[in-house]
Design a protein around this ligand. Structure first.
Ligand code: SF4
Length: 287
């Protein structure tokens, strides 16, 4: 007998020894300082990126599990979105800001897909512009709905080296697959952009990435978030796996203004060289 959805979620979690649950949320669309609205159909993210700054969620929601080892699926998101689209003021929607809406579990739950179905079929969809940002080739499954929702698709990359990415972003699709997926999306007529994030000192090769993303309409560049909680997770991995990059990290951590200025200078040069528009360079404060 097929499992009910709640059972499927916990059965999956047991299978791979992770804390997977279904929860109900109060709202699907949330107002955001980053853009008008964000949609995060999941809390937590099994991609487990070592530099992830969404770890703050653990503190806010008093979650004890390690970042990367839990996912709470907000199963009522699609149902709530229907009326939210009617009631909300026009604006831009970003999916997703503190999770990856195409992480592992989405392959079984289809939650992001259901959100897109609501969006694509809503009489209010023209009130909104939308973008989807991911590191997963699973997004291919929903190209049709992404087009119907008039959404843009972005892929996040900080290295083209699949082995490096496996260490830093253990469960995300390899960068080679991400870029291939983005090219396929473009061929399907979807507007695509690159999200170069974060710029990892001594590891990220900006020139190589600009070259690979030349087919995109534009790119964002995001600097490393140097909050204590982020560095505490990231630096042991850098010291162990990338000892040659430690000096560059130390420089960036101790001289954030120079780190920014160096990246800015290089990005401006590469933008001209590759004729690729840079939307912005995103910086983070350390509070
Ligand atoms: S994909 Fe994004 S939200 Fe998920 S772990 Fe990586 S940085 Fe964090």
């Amino acid at each position: 007998m097929p499992l009910a959805q709640g059972e499927l979620c916990s059965a999956l979690g047991e299978e791979i020894n992770m804390d997977f649950r279904e929860i109900k949320c109060k709202a699907c669309m949330a107002k955001s300082k980053l853009t008008d609205y964000v949609i995060n159909p999941y809390t937590g993210c099994t991609h487990g990126c070592k530099y992830c700054y969404a770890v703050f969620i653990k503190r806010f929601q008093d979650i004890k599990a390690e970042w990367g080892n839990f996912v709470y699926a907000k199963i009522n998101c699609p149902e709530l979105l229907k009326t939210e689209l009617e009631k909300s003021k026009p604006g831009h929607i970003w999916m997703s800001s503190v999770t990856d809406c195409y992480q592992l579990i989405e392959g079984k739950l289809f939650l992001t897909r259901k959100v897109l179905e609501i969006m694509a079929n809503s009489p209010c969809k023209n009130k909104f512009t939308m973008e989807i940002l991911t590191k997963s080739a699973l997004v291919k499954r929903d190209f049709g709905l992404i087009k119907e929702s008039n959404a843009e698709l972005g892929m996040s990359v900080n290295t083209l080296n699949d082995k490096t990415a496996r260490i830093i972003e253990p469960m995300a699709s390899p960068p080679s697959e991400r870029i291939k997926t983005l090219k396929e999306a473009k061929e399907e007529g979807i507007h695509v952009y690159g999200f170069i994030s974060p710029v990892l000192p001594g590891i990220t090769n900006l020139e190589e990435i600009f070259g690979a993303l030349q087919f995109c309409e534009y790119v964002w560049v995001e600097l490393l978030n140097m909050r204590k909680a982020c560095l505490e997770r990231l630096m042991p991995v850098i010291r162990k796996e990338f000892p040659d990059a430690v000096k560059s990290f130390d420089f960036a951590i101790n001289h954030p203004e120079e780190y920014y200025n160096n990246v800015k200078k290089e990005v401006e040069m590469l933008s001209r060289k590759y004729n690729l528009r840079v939307q912005d360079i995103v910086r983070h404060d350390r509070k």
